[in-house]
Write a protein that binds this ligand. Structure first.
Ligand code: CA
Length: 233
């Protein structure tokens, strides 16, 4: 399955990391650039399905990047992230050929929603690209990330919570690699609430109850002592 590729241009490191991770969890392939110059170098390199451009950037600003993109490419959608809330900026951006914009600080879910709409729009008429995976299957289990429903080996009718879905998506997308507790807390719980690592243990214990034939001898959800967790198929 070919995934859709997004170029994310943002100079604030934390924001860039959080957006990148969340887009990857949605199944997108993400390339990042932290300056306008680096972004312009990447633009010509390969095809993207969406550009997400911060406006205020070192060296070359987002508006200029958009202008340059539009010289050769009028199709690929552009989404601006702007710290300014002046109507004039928005008009300016849209005149340069941006398709949408979000004013910081924005809600991550709103960003993901807009991205979904823009990418779908860009995909119209391109049959070879399959949609991002809505489900994951492993063993006798199946998880639907859209409906939050799951069929588990021990329970055919599970309704997962939002956090459970986020943690499952993270672990499954990083299949065969250990995801640290730090990363889990950061990407699933965000910056607002910091639960204890005990909370993650409880989530993983629930996953084992749902999805493991023998929860005491897990095949899919492994704890790596002192480091984090790992999912294997
Ligand atoms: Ca910036």
């Amino acid at each position: 399955m070919s995934s859709q590729r997004i170029l994310l241009v943002e100079d604030e490191e934390n924001l860039r990391e959080v957006i990148k991770m969340n887009l990857e969890l949605e199944g997108y392939e993400v390339e990042v650039a932290e300056t306008g110059t680096k972004a312009l170098r990447k633009v010509g390199d390969r095809r993207f399905n969406l550009f997400i451009l911060d406006v205020m950037l070192p060296e070359v600003d987002g508006f200029t990047i958009c202008e340059k993109i539009r010289l050769n490419d009028t199709e690929t959608p552009v989404l601006f992230l702007t710290a300014k809330d002046s109507g004039q900026d928005k008009v300016h951006g849209l005149k340069l050929g941006a398709d949408d914009y979000l004013t910081k600080p924005f809600n991550l879910e709103e960003l993901l929603l807009r991205v979904r709409v823009l990418v779908r729009h860009s995909e119209r008429g391109k049959k070879e690209d399959a949609p991002a995976a809505d489900t994951a299957k492993f063993g006798e289990n199946e998880v639907n990330f859209v409906t939050f429903k799951a069929k588990g080996v021990n329970n055919p009718d599970i309704l997962l919570t939002k956090k459970e879905i986020a943690l499952l998506k993270l672990l499954i997308s990083k299949k065969d690699t250990v995801v640290s507790r730090h990363d889990i807390l950061r990407f699933v719980w965000g910056y607002d609430v910091y639960p204890t690592t005990r909370t993650i243990d409880n989530f993983v214990m629930s996953f084992r109850k749902y999805f493991e034939k023998d929860p005491t001898s897990p095949q899919h959800f492994h704890s790596v002592r002192g480091v984090g967790y790992k999912f294997t198929e």
